[in-house]
Design a protein around this ligand. Structure first.
Ligand SMILES: Nc1ncnc2c1ncn2[C@@H]1O[C@H](COP(=O)(O)OP(=O)(O)OP(=O)(O)O)[C@@H](O)[C@H]1O
Length: 354
């Protein structure tokens, strides 16, 4: 027989809060769920400030429940309590269940997906920089990191922390570099692998679109996982995507996969707005010569063949990589790469795409 709610409550009763009482006696335990060997629950703090101080307790609570026989995995999320609200039933962390919410947030004018066929071509880098470049031009921009298996936007945008859910229903996004930001990475522990089944994935996506307080946005950029899997399928079929931008390197193998992604969008009737060639060339700092490390002209030729615009061609650039690693996208600065992203943003705005 599996673990019971009573056993979990009993073990949590033994964890004393610094200012007296326990999670159970102080009625801070919410949304306790048991699915096989997996347990999840929400700890509701009296205020966002106190929630921040309760992180050690959250960890201790996870460890205590994990010590119970029959428990394989525990996920505890912290939220802050809003007075006069009913007790939340939303599970902010862990493995969310599919919700019935629509996938188009009310205040969002356009949803643009940034996709790639192959991993590692710079899709997340382009997404964050494009979001920042658009925000610098006065657009209200959101960035949704839907790369469920490898969320990199928290690092690239330099944003940390768990989004609060003061009313237990709405999830408050984070803000960085003028962009409203949500990533599944905010709800996971850094460095931990995610193994989710399809319905869980869908639930996470639906939560991030339907329950995040995106506010009024001109454009919501969605950084998709690479390839043509469940996430892409769900977004294209259920969210009202205005279009997709496909990022590729000029390398043959990347282009081949980019073609597959474009085929998928075409089958799902999502317009591809254009292509961006990333890591187009490398300018040698010593001789000033342009080197086409991943090939030359492939993405431009592909765009021409398909009658699609080439929205930009971005070089291999050390500053871009360092900026991404440091949490301040290169587009936030004033250098040549910031200008290159500004031109792409201008093109999107001019074309009525953002
Ligand atoms: N133009 C560029 N010049 C130099 N480095 C770059 C450039 N574009 C991306 N990178 C670097 O390449 C690495 C992969 O980029 P990124 O994570 O954006 O790719 P991705 O396509 O989103 O990958 P994944 O498939 O893992 O999500 C990162 O370290 C990033 O900083």
């Amino acid at each position: 027989m599996g673990v019971t709610q009573e056993q979990i409550r009993a073990v949590l009763e033994r964890l004393a809060l610094p200012d007296g009482g326990t999670l159970v006696s102080r009625d801070m335990l919410r949304a306790l769920r048991i699915e096989g060997g997996k347990v999840s629950f929400v700890i509701e703090a009296p205020s966002p400030e106190i929630a921040k101080l309760m992180e050690p307790l959250r960890k201790a609570a996870e460890a205590a429940v994990l010590s119970l026989e029959g428990v394989e995995k525990v996920s505890a999320a912290l939220t802050a309590h809003a007075p006069q609200q009913p007790a939340p039933s939303l599970k902010v962390g862990g493995h969310p269940k599919p919700q019935a919410e629509p996938l188009k947030p009310a205040g969002v004018k356009r949803i643009l997906a940034v996709a790639s066929g192959k991993g590692g071509v710079g899709k997340s880098t382009v997404s964050s920089n494009l979001a920042v470049a658009l925000a610098k031009q006065g657009r209200k921009v959101g960035l949704l990191d839907a790369d469920i298996y490898g969320p990199s936007q928290p690092r690239m945008m330099g944003a940390k922390g768990r989004p609060a859910s003061p009313d237990g229903k709405t999830i408050e996004p984070l803000h960085a570099h003028g962009v409203t930001l949500m990533s599944i990475g905010f709800m996971l522990e850094e460095g931990k692998a995610v193994v989710w089944r399809g319905p869980m994935l869908m639930g996470a996506l639906q939560q991030m679109l339907g329950q995040v307080n995106w506010g009024e946005l001109d454009v919501l950029i969605v950084d998709l996982p690479p390839g043509t899997g469940d996430v892409q399928l769900t977004l294209c079929t259920k969210a009202e995507l205005s279009g997709a931008i496909v990022v590729s390197t000029p390398q043959d193998v990347a282009l081949l996969d980019a073609r597959k992604a474009m085929d998928m969008f075409s089958t799902l009737k999502t317009p591809v707005l254009g292509l961006i060639e990333n890591m187009s060339f490398f300018t040698c700092p010593d001789c000033g010569g342009e080197h086409h490390i991943f090939g030359h002209g492939g993405v431009a030729a592909e765009a021409e063949a398909l009658g699609l615009p080439l929205l930009g061609a971005l070089p291999i650039d050390l500053e871009t990589r360092l900026a991404g690693d440091s949490g301040t996208p290169v587009a936030a600065g004033e250098g040549p790469m910031a200008r290159a992203y500004a031109r792409i943003a201008e093109g999107l705005i001019g074309g009525g795409m953002a």
